[in-house]
Design a binder for this molecule. Sequence first.
Ligand SMILES: [Zn+2]
Ligand SMILES: [Zn+2]
Length: 536
Amino acid sequence: MRKPPTARILLPTLALAVGAAAQQPGYIDPLPVLQAVSREMGVDKLKCVSFSGEGYAGMVGQNITQNTDWPRGEPLADYTRTIDYEAESSVETFEREPGLNPRSWKYGTGWRGGTPLQKHRKQTFVVAGKHAWHIDGENSPPIPAPGDAELWRLDIRLNPHGFVRAAMMDGANPKAIWRWEMAESGRDGATTSKIEKSIVLSATVLGRYRVNATINDRNLIQRLQTWVPHPVLGDMNYEHEYTDWREIDGIKFPAGWHHHDGWDDERQFPVVSGGHNGFGGSFPNIAPNACGDPVVVPEAVKNASAEPPAVVSSELAAGVWLLGGGSHNSAAVEFADFIAVVEAPLDERRSLAVIEEIVRLVPGKPIRFIVNTHDHYDHLGGLRAYLHVGATVVTHQRNRLFYESELLDYTPRTLAPDMVSLYPPTEISEGYTMEDVDEKYVITDGKRLLEIYYVQGLNSHVEGMLMAYLRHEKMLIEADLFNTAADSPAPPALRRALFDNVRQVGLDVATVVPIHGPPAPWSNFLKTLPRPVDSE
Ligand SMILES: [Zn+2]
Ligand SMILES: [Zn+2]
């Protein structure tokens, strides 16, 4: 139901008429806006809230093709989140099919292969102050998640009530603009057919995130948008849309949540990545001020180290090294006067550590090529570090537009500036950043042969997968098609596709070198295939 006009936000002319501070053209006084929204939503009355329903989870950076949405993970059943605004804590619990995704991943960004899989149905994800952790199962020990703490703290402010509280804090520097918003925009579909005058109120949250709140003519926050740092997408769009508002005890709170990681946009050049829907659901059971006991941070979480695993190198053959020690390996191959590396996973920090280890192992030879197996974000977050040191990216041709326009580019990265954004290399403007592979590509010095093949016929996981073969060493380097990391050998269809491709191009493999897990004899791989294949 619409409020009578008197409850509406003061628009520019009216604001001036009642004596508000003069604003620059295009801007209006943010304080009456904040007060009106706060009053309408009952922000003062809500110290904490618990809401529940059914949710969905998008696997950011794991899409099969770049122009499709993030793949949906298993549904989040019996989802409940309790946010305590005053204690600055959030507890999320849900039930989800085990065995299919990393236990460290709840939804949205952060999906990482080669890490332990979720083992139990019941899942708990907590942030309290600066500490974050998760629990896999009912009575399992907490697993510290220091790398996720800041984003989850931000999430406490990326809902209507959390934002208004944050926007009223010292240092928030609120500003307000007005605009006519086209009907469809920001409404998660065409929920209204009229053009509406809306106000965007922005404020700095947690000292560094500029958050924009779109306020409709009912003084409700319908969208909260900001950017968060991401190894692949840089300053990544991160937004929530709110619908289906409910009123309980004079407090208005949304039951419809819809969240984007990346722009909600499949067509606008140069954004070629179509993934965006990271989280959402319908949470109609809303309990204001039912906080329960305060969250206690476990000792093991308080003392957890935020340091990533160190690089551990081992020589697999003369001039061939595995750079392991974490969830994702890289492999370095020495040629007469250069080095080629296969895989730049995770992020710049990991890749710079791997690069320093390679320089220690083989001083004086440049890293000339970085081979990228596929475009999943946990496998390409370090590519910019190799661009920084002068390496050419070797990737499947279908990745060129995405990488050129969104990854290996000059777009400023303001939230977590990396080497390329701080020291922009000339190769980007010269165009010397990438070599495309269609079916086959060979890196050689006349003696050693590193052959790169397109993996055909994958109808799941990803399109545009490459594998690398060292012909004389009979070693096959591959990602995600066969894992030797503890609890997941990869789905049978992917293992079968690996076998078929190796046979089709006639490779004589003695050792498989997975990106996830230690190297293994090829015969071990053959034993994992769903049925005997030698007789075919
Ligand atoms: Zn992987
Ligand atoms: Zn993958």
